[in-house]
Design a protein around this ligand. Structure first.
Ligand SMILES: Cc1cc2nc3c(=O)[nH]c(=O)nc-3n(C[C@H](O)[C@H](O)[C@H](O)COP(=O)(O)OP(=O)(O)OC[C@H]3O[C@@H](n4cnc5c(N)ncnc54)[C@H](O)[C@@H]3O)c2cc1C
Length: 296
């Protein structure tokens, strides 16, 4: 067993992640100290993963596709060809290392599975929202295909358990849909999982709706329902047959039809910090078990 390398302060994305990379380092250091005493290796980190929580791994950016005026989808392939797969749990994130002469920092991004036709050329993809003044997001959206990038992970605190809840209610804002799309896929692809999934998804404009095709397709599953809320619907929206899109901003009133919330409901919220806080506060007053409210 090797002594883990202590991360630098710039290796933390400062988003309050749980666990933070420093928690993982502390845990590994304790295990290493135990190993020195007993010579017994206790591994808590999954082995045979092509990406590591403890050090950065190089991935080539193989495709950088604009999805709309706000988002890019980027596809990455491991630099070294060792036949190991990149794996993670739904809801996990990876950390991207940004490094230039002027700045060095990390940012969290949510890995997405690649479809079969792209799995030969890439190991994972991400959706990035291009913030005009965003240091790392604008750099990623403008990154040339063929560039080498550095990633570590997976990190995450959420475990999706089959049939643990009657309903899982997901409230997403913008790229906050990314962790939920993997969870929705996992639940719907498991015939034994009877969890009902309800997604409430807030978007800035019709053009910026992510996974629109996928969500429309999932609508045919008996246990999936969704509604999209477009806050800036200046022109009439183009709906498909029975596509559940609202041309107004989401508010707590849109949660009323889901009441009463019970012990068998879990509510997941993923958006900007202020959005998360607003709906967490609202739901804490409505839900019998506050521990069933999970923020991403
Ligand atoms: C667990 C986790 C998973 C994430 N997954 C994704 C993902 O899959 N895709 C993705 O695009 N992002 C994701 N993020 C956000 C991402 O880590 C960065 O914060 C984001 O890309 C902005 O970084 P930046 O360096 O471009 O912006 P910065 O340079 O840090 O910020 C510059 C300006 O951009 C704006 N800005 C930055 N972040 C936000 C924000 N969250 N909300 C509103 N305005 C903001 C603000 O105006 C800010 O002043 C995730 C964050 C976490 C914690």
């Amino acid at each position: 067993m090797e002594k883990p390398n202590e991360p630098n302060s710039e290796d933390c994305c400062n988003s309050g992640c749980n666990p933070c990379i420093f928690d993982i380092y502390d845990e590994q250091l304790k295990l290493y100290e135990k190993y020195l005493l007993n010579k017994e290796i206790i591994n808590t980190i999954p082995q045979n993963n092509a990406i590591s929580q403890l050090k950065y791994t190089g991935f080539v950016l193989v495709k950088n596709l604009p999805e709309c005026h706000l988002h890019h989808r980027l596809f990455f392939k491991k630099k070294s060809d060792d036949n190991m797969k990149v794996s993670w749990k739904p809801g996990d994130h990876f950390l991207y290392k940004y490094n230039t002469d002027k700045n060095s920092c990390t940012r969290a991004y949510t890995p997405l599975k690649v479809r079969n036709d792209q799995s030969l050329i890439s190991d994972f993809s991400i959706i990035v929202k291009n913030y005009e003044l965003g240091l790392v997001s604008s750099h990623l959206c403008n990154l040339n295909e063929g560039s080498i990038t550095f990633w570590r992970g997976p990190y995450g605190h959420y475990n999706l358990e089959c049939n643990k809840f009657e309903r899982i209610i997901m409230i997403a804002q913008g790229t906050g849909i990314a962790p939920f799309i993997s969870m929705i896929e996992t639940i719907l692809n498991n015939e034994d999982d009877l969890t009902k999934v309800i997604l409430l998804y807030c978007c800035q404009s019709e053009n910026s709706i992510l996974f629109r095709e996928e969500l429309y397709y999932y609508k045919s599953y008996w246990n999936f329902k969704y509604e999209i809320f477009v806050s800036n619907a200046s022109v009439p929206l183009k709906y498909r047959y029975q596509e559940p899109i609202n041309s107004h901003r989401f508010s707590s009133n849109n949660l009323l039809p889901l009441k009463p919330f019970t012990n068998n409901d879990q509510v997941l919220i993923c958006g900007a910090p202020q959005f998360n806080e607003t709906y967490k506060l609202y739901l804490e007053a409505e839900t019998p078990k506050v521990e069933n409210i999970v923020l991403f």
